[in-house]
Design a protein around this ligand. Structure first.
Ligand SMILES: Cc1cc2nc3c(=O)[nH]c(=O)nc-3n(C[C@H](O)[C@H](O)[C@H](O)COP(=O)(O)OP(=O)(O)OC[C@H]3O[C@@H](n4cnc5c(N)ncnc54)[C@H](O)[C@@H]3O)c2cc1C
Length: 379
């Protein structure tokens, strides 16, 4: 691409997983984006995250795969189980396939953020402590206003998360959808028995569920979800333990060895009519926040980075945003809709039974086909 095009000033609002992956992808293509992040410093808190093969392919392209695998833990299987941790179905095949493919990696969120930040700090600029508030379109460029200063850019990418202010500037009518569920998350200082080392597990009870996986030899990431009408988010560890007394004793051990628990209501974003306006485009949770039931929110943000690089490399102008949205909508809609439906069904007594039946009886080859479509990236 000619130098003039590569010199386009690209501003990325938000230095989370999507913002930093996008910055790294664009830099690889020859651009020099600047990342503007509200936090005063790198945020290393948070629980765990599962990075599925679609995300791992993008991260591999950025040269980060080995570092992430070393800092995290490989999961060969994802299992849905009953409260006593008996799997609804086991897939030995899945294990073998995963050996030869990009795998799902479970990792501490803070560690992932640190890896992305370190990679970006080696090649590009990030400004901390700058909170986006509004923008003004000028004839060719966009003036961006932060709480404490202004900046100018040819193209602006809004990657400022589920409560995005960039989105609010573009589409003030956009709304979050309340899943009526509360999620507790923690990192437990606990060593899992060997048979659970490389499995992501989610156990379904009546109106509640518990998920966990190893994220490194000494720590386990876990999450618990309950319907809002069953309980408030202001409960402590003893009430969480009480909620899961009928589950396998391992669940109790995992929760017991946790110091900090984060509670949050679950939301997604009602479908936006479009993700871009003028020189500004949304991506990641800012564009298409999803409920976490498929473990695909960050993975989709990482995929956004891959496609944004492709279309801006073809032509760094607002037309790239049209192509970006056209190429991403179908998969993103699939993830958001299915994740929503799945989450609602699991917490409904009758619908959970149907879901279990579907999971038990769907042929392995169909499940595998669905997964390979989810994980596929276009060359
Ligand atoms: C319980 C739970 C479990 C999950 N598990 C998984 C999982 O296993 N796998 C998965 O793929 N996804 C998972 N997700 C989803 C994942 O967390 C999100 O999709 C992902 O964090 C979105 O990344 P993002 O960079 O788009 O937004 P964020 O992570 O929210 O990052 C946004 C960044 O923008 C900054 N910012 C915000 N406002 C401003 C502003 N005004 N100006 C400047 N900067 C700003 C923020 O400080 C932040 O750094 C889960 C989500 C939840 C709730």
């Amino acid at each position: 691409m000619d130098k003039k095009k590569l010199n386009k000033k690209i501003a990325i609002i938000g230095g989370g997983i999507t913002g930093l992956t996008t910055a790294l992808s664009l830099q690889r293509a020859g651009f020099n984006p600047i990342v503007y992040e509200r936090a005063k410093q790198l945020n290393e808190i948070g629980a765990g995250i599962w990075l599925q093969p679609n995300a791992m392919q993008v991260l591999e392209g950025l040269g980060l795969k080995e570092e992430i695998i070393l800092a995290g833990n490989i999961l060969y299987n994802m299992e849905i189980s009953s409260p006593n941790l008996t799997p609804l179905r086991t897939s030995k095949k899945g294990h073998l396939r995963a050996e030869n493919q990009n795998k799902t990696i479970a990792i501490h969120r803070g560690v992932l953020q640190k890896i992305l930040h370190r990679a970006w700090a080696q090649v590009g600029d990030i400004e901390f402590g700058v909170e986006y508030t509004s923008y003004t379109e000028k004839s060719e460029t966009t003036k961006i206003t932060f709480k404490n200063r202004t900046a100018e850019a040819d193209l602006v990418l809004g990657a400022d998360g589920i409560h995005s202010k960039v989105r609010h500037s573009l589409f003030p009518e956009a709304k979050l959808r309340d899943a009526e569920q509360i999620c507790w998350r923690g990192v437990s200082n606990y060593t899992l028995p060997k048979e659970f080392h490389h499995i992501g597990n989610e156990a379904w009870g009546k109106g509640i569920r518990f998920g966990f996986s190893r994220i490194n030899p000494k720590q386990v990431y876990w999450f618990a979800v309950a319907r809002k009408n069953m309980i408030t988010d202001a409960i402590g560890i003893s009430q969480i333990l009480e909620m899961f007394t009928d589950f396998h004793p391992l669940v109790i051990e995992i929760v017991k060895h946790t110091e900090n628990i984060h509670a949050a209501p679950l939301h997604d974003l009602y479908r936006l009519p479009t993700w871009h306006k003028g020189n500004i485009c949304l991506l990641g949770d800012a564009a298409h926040a999803t409920t976490p039931n498929m473990g695909q929110g960050a993975c989709q943000g990482i995929e956004d980075a891959y496609y944004m690089e492709r279309f801006l490399s073809e032509n760094p102008c607002k037309n790239a945003f049209i192509k970006f949205e056209q190429s991403r909508r179908k998969k993103v809609d699939y993830v958001v809709n299915n994740s929503w439906k799945f989450g609602q069904m699991v917490h409904h007594p009758f619908q959970q039974k149907i879901l279990k039946l579907i999971l038990k009886t769907t042929p392995q080859r169909i499940l595998e086909k669905q997964l390979s479509q989810l994980y596929a990236l276009e060359d």
